[in-house]
Design a protein around this ligand. Structure first.
Ligand SMILES: [Zn+2]
Length: 510
């Protein structure tokens, strides 16, 4: 099991490295590829073995990987040929020296090694490796996290931590695929290369990119609901027409445009956030702004351009933050700060405000369902609204046989009532109009966590009558809960202090 966990951690780390690393040049992709190559070439004694890799080996691999990149590239036979840049600034040293050798009729690596040029190339590549990627590959969100190998700063070798070589061998295809793909995209993103690459440089963007025109449609409504302020730093967006429309859950993580996933921000804030997930405080604000307060207006304004479903946006964000937390990922707070996902956030198992409703048969002893004489209260006038709040009362109660198949039932806690309406007629376990529901009263001490439970909410209408509503509970922040319908036609509802969680749905009685 420990080995299994380490392999999951390994994959999670590689994902984080590509999301949180700073890749201004392609060297780190090359190094990742090189380490993976070396791992499969060494016989491994044990799954948890350490592996020493000399810098000589890595230099060899890097030269091999860059050899073909030092050939001038032309997009078509008529075009000018030139070297592709491997970073945004000057051409990288390794490429320049390899290019020089090729100009001097060195045709392959074997010839290169035997040539007079080898010592100079070796030195240049080693210097690049040591100054660049070797001690920087593992800097994630501006902090070193030495999961693969310690930063010993040795000038001779690195030593892979126990089990790392095994993981590289096991997931070689995946790691190399990710490294190559990221490398390719880096080359395509460098401005100087785009003229040379022509239409090809736009291919990834064309196939998998963001529709910028559609994004612009979201700007006015976002600026309006944000009252002209940047979502992240809350300072005014001076030039509103050039404010960025940011994917709150980064497009690189989840590449479907959902109408509720946008916020307006300064391009400076947006560029700094890049493909990071935003910190919990931003997440809370986003949920409050886009999923609670302005959910409906966003749907109305953006439905023509994007798929709009607040509950789906919430589900995607829960997934993204769940993964981030499991991986110990860093979340972006502002231009200078990151926070660890899930740190210092404790879920309180006390949603909404708990109170027990005045239901009959309070002190009856618990009886097991095996006793077929067990009776539960059925309230014919208590309609649990699956729609909008419905008035109901419990003045009339009938004694009905307890349903079987629901474990131990207690007449003091369990009762029966009918669903009314179709807001819960969706999802995996739809609740249909008129179905008989088995409900369990909740008391402050028995509540536990109601996160993701289906609950009946009680509140008083203006004339003082009780109203009841059935919804799924979703915690969105400390002390804040969203009540979700299973049917997407009904928007999420923010729980407030007028509501009491009254009972939990135990099952549908067929
Ligand atoms: Zn800002």
């Amino acid at each position: 099991m420990a080995a299994m966990q380490q392999q999951l951690d390994f994959i999670a780390y590689i994902q984080r490295m590509l999301a949180e690393g700073d890749f201004s040049a392609t060297y780190k992709f090359a190094l990742l590829h090189a380490i993976a190559d070396v791992c499969v070439e060494h016989p491994l004694q044990q799954p948890d073995s350490e592996l020493v890799i000399t810098l000589d080996e890595l230099v060899d691999k890097l030269i091999l990987l860059y050899w073909h990149h030092a050939v001038p590239f032309a997009a078509d036979s008529n075009g000018d040929a030139a070297l592709l840049k491997q970073n945004a600034g000057r051409q990288s040293k390794v490429i320049s020296v390899l290019y020089e050798c090729q100009q001097n009729n060195i045709r392959n690596i074997r010839q290169l090694k035997l040539s007079q040029y080898w010592p100079a190339i070796y030195r240049a590549t080693l210097a690049t490796l040591k100054d660049g990627p070797l001690w920087r590959l593992q800097i994630l969100s501006k902090q070193a996290e030495c999961f693969l190998y310690p930063h010993s700063n040795s000038s001779k070798f690195i030593k892979l931590n126990p089990g790392i070589a095994y993981s590289f061998r096991r997931f070689y295809d995946l790691v190399v695929y990710l490294a190559k793909n990221a490398w390719l995209q880096k080359i395509q993103s460098i401005k100087d290369n785009q003229k040379l690459l022509g239409a090809q440089s736009q291919l990834h963007e064309f196939l998998f990119g963001v529709d910028r025109n559609a994004l612009n449609k979201a700007r006015p409504v976002l600026i309006e609901i944000q009252r002209g302020l940047c979502f992240y730093c809350h300072k005014p967006l001076k030039d509103q027409s050039s404010a960025d429309v940011d994917h709150f859950i980064p497009f690189a993580r989840y590449s479907t445009d959902l109408g509720h996933n946008f916020v307006a921000a300064h391009s400076g804030c947006n560029n700094s956030k890049r493909d990071y997930l935003a910190a919990q405080v931003h997440r809370d604000n986003w949920q409050q702004q886009n999923l609670v307060q302005h959910a409906a207006v966003l749907s109305t304004e953006l439905a023509a351009y994007f798929f709009c479903d607040a509950a789906k946006s919430l589900a995607v964000s829960d997934w993204a933050y769940g993964v981030a937390q499991a991986n110990g990922a860093k979340l972006w707070l502002n231009k200078d700060e990151f926070v660890v996902a899930g740190a210092a956030q404790h879920v309180q198992a006390n949603p909404v405000t708990m109170s027990i409703a005045p239901v009959a048969a309070n002190d009856a002893p618990a009886i097991t369902a095996a006793d077929d004489s067990l009776r539960l209260c059925y309230f014919p006038n208590l309609k649990i609204a699956c729609g909008h709040f419905k008035t109901g009362n419990i003045s009339e109660a009938e004694q009905w046989p307890a349903p079987t198949g629901f474990g131990t039932l207690n007449p003091a806690k369990h009762f029966l009532a009918r669903a009314s309406g179709n807001s819960m007629a969706g999802g995996k376990n739809p609740i249909l109009d008129g179905q008989l529901l088995l409900l369990e009263l909740i008391s402050p001490t028995s509540a536990g966590s109601l996160q993701n439970c289906t609950v009946a909410i009680e509140r008083q209408d203006q004339s003082g009558d009780n109203q009841y509503l059935l919804r799924d509970v979703k915690k969105i922040a400390d002390g804040q809960y969203l009540l979700l319908a299973k049917n997407a036609d009904y928007p999420p509802l923010a729980a407030d202090e007028t509501m009491r969680t009254f009972a939990r749905l135990k099952g549908i009685v067929e």
